[in-house]
Design a protein around this ligand. Sequence first.
Ligand SMILES: [Mg+2]
Length: 428
Amino acid sequence: MYMGPSDGGQLMKNSNFKSSTNNEYIENQGFRTILHCDANSFFASCETTLHPEYASVPMAVCGSAEDRHGIVLAKNELAKKYNIRTAETVWEAKKKCPDLLVVSPTYGLYGEMSKKMNRIFYDYTDLVEPFGIDESWLDVTGSSKLFGNGHNIADSIRKRIENELGITISVGVSFNKVFAKLGSDLKKPNATSVIPPERFASIVWPLPVTELLFVGNSTAKALGRIGIRTIGDLACCDRNAIKNALGKNGIMLREFALGHDYAEVTPFGYEPEPKSVSNGMTFRYNLVTPEDVSFAITYLSMSVAERLRKHGLCCKNVAVAIRSPDQSTINRSAMLSHPTCLWKEISDTALSLVRANHQPDKEIYSVSVHAEKLTRENEILYQQNFFSEEWEEKYRKLHSLESAVDSIRDKFGKNAIGIASSINNRLI
Ligand SMILES: [Mg+2]
């Protein structure tokens, strides 16, 4: 039982978190059931599905020396026994465990496994919100008639992931996202932890405040300075004291500690509509020749156009930011004669902006292309009557061509199809 500040119990009674929400659903139906599913040692477990022999030795997946300076990205259970930590160098890890098997990451494998995992979650609810590559929140409030209570659903998902994918997950079950996330950390690997509304204080409040979502090291230090060390301390602290120390953020964290988190699980695949779409890149070499510049702008414009089409958007403005090796930057933008989501039109405009505003004999350190003043594509196609039929036909043809390219890249990967000049280009 929580043995923290003496006013804790009273505060909890007064907090009345059931009626202080605006969410009618919660008021009418009782508490929501939220799951947070978190894969255990994800990269290491994925590698072990390809090489079962890795399971019997201490093993860590590490970025290559050039790539991430030989940092530990994930380690298996046996390596954990040697106190090997994520983000330490291979050199440090090897000092602790000379026999450590160091494995390079298999690109593509983790994304695939992540998709498979989310597909299983999706069998239980359409309210699935991925949080990083190996974690997702699920709102299973409406699924209980079919699949049982939160605990049952969590256990059934764990078994399926283990049997079908060969990896394990830990699941937190609670009435809000923050406590569900905290729950998935309580028992590992391959376990379910339930934090029910009537007992959350005794489970959550004794824990160090760093266990709470969004409390990183610097926040924890700031909280420590006003004597807050546990989540219970945070829940029971004076509202003004926390406001003075951490502002709005502090108030929010205190609400979380009290169980007042009403954030919804945002459905799978949901992405808020962007206000602008841009892509910038520092290439491997400075851009020197006109061909370099043309390649860079085309390369960036293609991904900008692809993202516009994905959201069903067109841009009315194109802007570029050109950075010189001395780090001075020129920003320029131009209005298009008509809204577009075609890379050729975006890249032609961006290129003429660069040519008009940058001396050809000067090198370019980095460049970015921005699509701005966005509008919905279906609206413009209805309103384009004032353009000639000829124009519209050409636009539609190019559009279907570029959309076909999008679907090939979606299906077979970004490198399946692209511009010919990107093959063996020294810039990327
Ligand atoms: Mg994980």
